[in-house]
Design a protein around this ligand. Structure first.
Ligand code: ZN
Length: 193
């Protein structure tokens, strides 16, 4: 068998089909896998596979995530990252937490699931924080129509948010009684239980 000058350690081992040196062929394949075209094709192939096998892809992702979290260093890094994010974007975190809470109360309407709603809510929380800092008086975000009242409930949406001082908010204490002249129909829902 003819030795390959680049891979004499393989003792001339060659593929039967094309007589190519096994070492050279492997190197060629490896180089091909490094090209951007190949990587892009593989990325699309993986995306298509995930699309066809959603449940399996989800299970695999969950499994690898769980494994990743088993590492204490990873877990610590992830927690630190979350804290840093919350510090840098307090309004974003508040808005998402509030959305999860109000969804549980069934006060989060499907139509309020827009980037505009989130933007508006972030701005409202921002105003509350700025007023607190500027006046030294604690201000909070309030639902004009309370989310939980006797017979009619407000919704968690932009039109139902306002900024009040904490004292005003405590005075109000879920006592807002809706009247016909108010123009807040889209912020209300009625329980017919
Ligand atoms: Zn070779």
């Amino acid at each position: 068998m003819k030795l390959c000058p680049k891979h004499p350690e393989l003792l001339g081992k060659r593929y039967a089909s094309n007589r190519a040196c096994v070492g050279c062929q492997q190197e060629e394949y490896k180089a091909r896998r490094q090209t951007p075209e190949y990587k892009e094709r593989e990325r699309l192939r993986l995306l298509a596979w995930r699309e066809r096998n959603r449940e399996r892809a989800r299970a695999l992702a969950r499994k690898s995530m769980a494994k990743w979290y088993e590492n204490e260093e990873n877990k610590k890094a992830r927690v630190a990252q979350s804290i840093a994010y919350a510090r840098a974007h307090p309004e974003k975190v508040l808005v998402e937490v509030r959305r999860r809470q109000t969804a549980k109360l069934r006060a989060l309407p499907a139509w309020a699931n827009s980037e505009w709603e989130r933007f508006f809510a972030r701005e409202v929380y921002h105003v509350a924080r700025r007023r607190t800092l500027l006046t030294g008086v604690k201000h909070v975000v309030d639902h004009i129509y309370p989310l939980r009242a006797e017979w009619v409930c407000g919704l968690h949406c932009a039109a139902n948010l306002q900024v009040l001082s904490e004292a005003e908010n405590l005075r109000k204490h879920n006592k807002r009684v809706p009247s016909m002249e108010d123009n807040y129909a889209p912020t209300l829902c009625t329980w017919f239980a």
